[in-house]
Design a protein around this ligand. Structure first.
Ligand code: MD6
Ligand code: FE
Length: 217
């Protein structure tokens, strides 16, 4: 499908693994601009720190989160939503860095989605033992827009299910620099992340950071 782009440009494309209709893993795609990405990540986290939010059911999440961009995803006892104000600081979320926007655009294009301009980047931090239960991403307005998900730090096993919670799941090992792009027919498939195993990454230490770019509004 999308490797045409690279043929035209006369260069070799990234390694692509198809997970389903409209869903691909682009191995190592985030490594090209890694230094800028990690520096900008550090700046965002200094302005809006990681915090463990509470679900509407009253459970504290094992994953710590923050956001950048015009909108941020939050959860509390009243529900899940996107909002422009960081509830911890009372200020706007940090601006989405250029390096983040460039990577989201490049990944979406390679996967066949043109004109993806995210207004939200949810940043998840997993320490050893943290996990993400099976869920669908459905707080966004337009399911015609994909999600671009970037894995940094230590590896994790991503679960990719079907349209029903009970559908069987593929297990996908994600490493530092891998990017999953998720849209089309697959946009509402259930997915999650298994509890993180002990490991250490040279740049990020004993944790995994996941950036998910969304067009929320
Ligand atoms: C994670 N990712 O990889 C959690 N959602 O840490 C997600 O929940 C996710 O990777 C939608 C699309 C891609 C994802
Ligand atoms: Fe998700």
């Amino acid at each position: 499908m999308t490797l045409e782009l690279f043929k035209d440009a006369g260069r070799v494309g990234p390694e692509v693994q198809v997970l389903g209709e409209g869903a691909v893993v682009l191995r190592g795609l985030a490594l090209e601009d890694e230094a800028a990405l990690l520096k900008d990540l550090r700046d965002v986290v200094l302005a809006a720190g990681f915090r463990r939010m509470v679900t509407p059911g009253g459970h504290q999440m094992s994953v710590a989160m923050t956001n950048c961009g015009a909108l941020g995803w939050v959860t509390d006892r009243t529900g899940y939503r996107y909002q422009g104000i960081d509830p911890d600081s009372g200020r706007a979320w940090p601006v989405m860095p250029e390096s983040f926007l460039r990577l989201a655009d490049r990944a979406a294009r390679v996967a066949g989605y043109e004109g993806f301009v995210p207004d939200a980047c949810l940043i998840n931090q997993y320490e050893v033992g943290a996990k993400m239960s099976l869920h669908q991403d459905k707080n966004e307005r337009d399911f015609g827009q994909p999600i671009v998900s970037v894995s940094l730090g230590i590896g994790a096993v991503f679960l990719f299910g079907g349209m029903e919670r009970s559908d069987v799941q593929q297990r996908v090992a994600l490493q530092h620099g891998d990017v999953v792009v998720w849209g089309g027919e697959s946009r509402l498939r259930f997915h999650g992340v298994l509890a993180l195993k002990e490991a250490e990454h040279v740049r990020l230490g004993r944790r995994r950071i996941n950036l998910t770019f969304r067009k929320a509004e």
